[in-house]
Design a protein. Structure first.
Length: 408
């Protein structure tokens, strides 16, 4: 069996070489919590080996954010130094690659803060950095979201006796780190995801109907939509992996053609706070009723961040036989939990999933636009997905949470 240090080294190489696919002379930004800083440093060193010009590591300190929200006035909380806007412009112009190590270590610290102030801060921050968000969601630059084990996250996933090394071993098969050549294993896995996307795109779907004991919703699809999954290319044709690991095939639905009820099956990190037991009802796309068993105040604040926050911008299909789903574990990380379950996102849609005619705007193409984008998991072992194509023919895409043979 590989040592933990070898696994860490292999994962850092995967993230640099395949995740953001760093180019010689390119700059790289990394966002991490204190707990995962050592792994961020390992990634940075690997990036320099691959020829990166400069690597900047930014600390994501949710404990400090909680203190700021508690102590500052609403007015002071809106302050953001102007130099950050100039920094964004330079990073976009010079096509910096970006890696975010999800802060799974401190999620609990924002549980008790004022949800209205937290939402206001998030809205202000996302509005301020809207150009950077657009560059990433439109794949103008390479970006990659990952997780790295820490002691706190290990205890969340494995129980109070869990340690960081235990979680590395637990994740090894999911990340292909138990393989002799993890990069080749990732590429083989990616082919399966891409083949599913191709099979779905070949059908020319008009809508998807999701049905389970607690969900019954129909989601309309544009004639210009396409399913994506696994690796992507930037607008200039440079390949990268937005998420490692990944199991989903996803697309951008029509903003005003979502009708029905959806109930989540896993917790979600919303505004960096834990929200559970979400139930929403959509009519003509808009969320008209919403509730959560845990974190309902945060959910309500989120829905009012902007108009697009109450519309669905992404719909994704995930087989219940995926390695992450088969782990039968709540990971308390959107990255992992979304890849264990079908999910939807409230907020911005992905422009890359719409092949619009020249001159057609995203709005005209039915794409939801927002400064936020958060995934909600609703897949289950009793989920069925029926697709209707543009000629009115129905296709059984998933049954009992699994892709049928035609879409394997």
């Amino acid at each position: 069996m590989k040592t933990i240090e070898t696994m860490k080294s292999d994962y850092a190489k995967i993230i640099v070489k395949k995740g953001v696919n760093i180019k010689k002379g390119q700059c790289l930004g990394i966002k991490t919590s204190y707990a995962t800083y050592p792994f961020a440093s390992l990634i940075a060193k690997e990036a320099y080996k691959e020829g990166a010009k400069f690597v900047k590591i930014e600390i994501d300190d949710l404990t400090l954010l909680a203190s700021r929200i508690e102590e500052q006035t609403d007015e002071d909380l809106t302050f953001i130094p102007v130099y950050q806007l100039e920094e964004d412009a330079e990073m976009i112009k010079d096509e910096w690659a970006y890696i975010r190590i999800d802060n799974t270590d401190e999620r609990h610290v924002l549980k008790s803060v004022d949800s209205s102030k937290l939402a206001a801060h998030s809205k202000n921050l996302n509005t301020f950095h809207k150009d950077m968000r657009k560059a990433r969601i439109s794949s103008e630059v390479t970006w990659c979201v990952v997780c790295a084990p820490s002691t706190n996250w290990a205890k969340q996933v494995l129980g109070e006796k869990g340690e960081s090394d235990d979680l590395w071993r637990f994740l090894a098969p999911i990340l292909h780190l138990d393989q002799e050549n993890p990069v080749s294993a990732l590429e083989e896995h990616n082919k399966k995801i891409e083949n599913r996307a191709k099979a779905l795109n070949a059908v020319a779907l008009r809508s998807l109907h999701f049905k389970s004991a607690i969900t019954d919703v129909t989601i309309g699809l544009s004639q210009y939509h396409s399913f994506e999954g696994g690796g992507e290319d930037t607008t200039k044709g440079h390949p990268f992996y937005p998420n490692i690991p990944t199991e989903e095939v996803f697309t951008t639905p029509l903003k005003y053609e979502v009708n029905g009820v959806i109930t989540t099956t896993k917790p979600v990190s919303l505004l960096d706070s834990l929200v559970e037991g979400v139930r929403i009802e959509c009519k003509d796309g808009r969320v008209v009723e919403a509730s959560a068993e845990v974190g309902n105040d945060v959910l309500q604040q989120y829905l009012h961040i902007d108009e697009g926050a109450s519309y669905i911008g992404e719909i994704a299909l995930v087989d219940q036989r995926s390695p992450i789903a088969m782990a039968n574990t709540i990971f308390h990380s959107i990255l992992y939990d979304e890849n264990a379950s079908c999910h939807f996102a409230l907020g911005a849609g992905y422009p890359t999933c719409l092949q619009l005619p020249q001159g057609m705007t995203l709005k005209e193409g039915g794409c939801n636009e927002s400064i936020v984008h958060t995934d909600f998991m609703f897949g289950s072992n009793d989920m069925s997905v029926i697709g209707t194509d543009r000629e009115g023919k129905e296709h059984i895409i998933m049954k009992n949470g699994e892709f049928t043979h035609s879409f394997e």
